[in-house]
Design a protein around this ligand. Sequence first.
Ligand code: BDP
Length: 709
Amino acid sequence: MSTEVAWAQTADQAWIRGRGAHDPVDARVRALGPDPLEQRAADELERGASGIALASGADSQKKAQIVVGTLEELRNAYPALRLPDHLVADGFWLGSSIQQGNRLIAIAGSDSRGALYGAFDLLRSAAMHRDLRSMSLAESPAMPIRWVDEWDNADGSVERGYAGRSIFFDGGHVRADLKPVSEYARLLASVGINGCNINNVNNAAVFLEPQMLKEVARIADAMRPWGVRVGLSVDIASPQKIGGLKTYDPVDPEVIGWWKRKVDEVYAAIPDLAGFTVKADSEGQPGPASYGRTPADAANVLANALAPHGGVVLYRAFVYNHHLDWNDAKADRARAAYDIFHPLDGKFAPNVIVQVKEGPIDFQTQEPVSPLFAGLEKTNQAMELQITQEYLGQQRHLVYIAPMWKWVLDFDLRAQNRTTPVKEIIAGKTFDRPLGGMVGVASVGQNGWLGSPLALANLYAFGRLAWEPNLTVEQIAEEWTRQTLGNDPEVVRTVTAMLMQSWPAYLHYTGPLGMQTLTDITGSHYGPNIEASENNGWGQWHRADHEAVGMDRSVATGTGYAGQYPPELARKYEDAKTTPDELLTFFHHVPYTWKLLDGKTVIQYIYDSHYQGAEEAARLGQEWKTLEGKIDPQIYNEMHKRLEYQAGHAFVWRDAIVQYFLKLSGIPDEKGRAGHYPGRYEAENAKLTGYKVVGVQPWEDASGGKAVS
Ligand code: BDP
């Protein structure tokens, strides 16, 4: 399937498009200070002012004035305005009043970045047709770290990116044209994202070369006017790889000195660099373990070098051995992050943030929440999630992931036997930490940012949740739809509903009951490939056999992973009877005849959920068709193509998984569907000239294991 979309790489093509769709009205906009961010805020307001004035009331629209500045500037310019005494960093206040007979809409930022966020918030409210006349509200972000990570390589390829080539790099250099980069920063700023780590966590050494640093400075220049600070992934072996030292042992004085000098050089080029991201001792990347040192040893060397410049280290907890022995019943990848990082709690420097993937494995369709969030009380933490849909259909399938993120954010880990939802832990509230936040791996590209128009709802939702995790995901879906596709109630209703149905549907036709995504684990991570997740060292196993399915992670008889949770949850997950159905096979090896809470057997659930999921996928396409002629034709056509494909691919998923478990368990589907292929036409049954019938690997991906070649 072609993924080429010929649309311009501007923020207006994304959700920022949804404004100004009203009659032009003369609303005067004024920035109070000379700061570039305030100027940007004023530009944005001018572009969208018609929408605002209209919504502020017919009588006053001709005379409306919008002013934007810092709290201090507002106070000086309008002494009569009732302003808040104080605003939190990046926060803002919006107020509407009548001043000398004219409507004044005032935007006060804690600083110029807050002012910019306030401007975007006002535009969002206008696009939502909110009444702005009696407005007086203060907002501040829930957490200070709100970053996207891009996994871009210097050659211009993007790891796990599904939207074409890099907007940042090409042929080993920063691209000459950085207009898409500033447009991207504008998009990020519009939802309050304040950091962008621009290069892949793998193979990062080249990014600290002097020439590259000069080039990266141009990227920082392009993003700075939007309040987005650039971060860099670094390779822990850099002192050896590019520094010419014999070692990269983090406690070696020469290595410490090298990092100090290198960081000074980085800041000479990019004075406001946000910091470094580190992947070490993971999937072939070098790390401190080579010298018997810990992640804290490595993180702190970088942190100490960054501290004088105000930079932070995001040290990833994604550290595990990918050469596990499948025959070892105690081997369990899910344990790794907690086993390695929990003993280091309290040993990290104050400007280190441990970046924890939301689940213990790797961005699967569904996994439990990582127990490490509750296992670090004296360490700053950020939650890492994926906006790019690596295991979730790679943007060819519509999957609005926000409901899954929200489930994680709201999840109460019961640390210290009290209410400790993940959103409060990562915001630093639970354990009183100064730093923390959310990091979303976006891996955008030149093809419409994420390739699929509706996938942009995920980028939007990420920013909104990092700003305010208490928003509902329905509200976010609706906001996005209104801004992107307009306010036609039918369009809003249909698209919001489609977004909300999409993750459950995907879950139904891919990996049910906590089996994770039943896909090829060692390569593309796309499409059904059930056996491939077993019998390799990567540990994404589900241990299906003739009698039973699932991995025993109990303390009593399994790998002990369940014991990493705080007591209340540890007790719950220890016993298959109290483990929620959606995570059952993640924690337990249960017979196919095991009864779920609704009385259905595991095997029947596997069959039913796959037929249900495939139907739900088909319905998404049908719902979309009702929008023809009501929305932008380019978006309509692009999504139409993708949803048709998704409906077909959901059949393939359904039949592969159903067929696989039918063969393995030998238990028939009580509804008689499994083993038949309604709606599929078999090429091998056709009259063939010039083709021959061949066997397919994995066999379950083709009906009867046969195809033609
Ligand atoms: C996995 C990806 C791999 C990444 C890794 C990571 O397949 O490409 O390098 O995560 O997060 O999901 O480091």
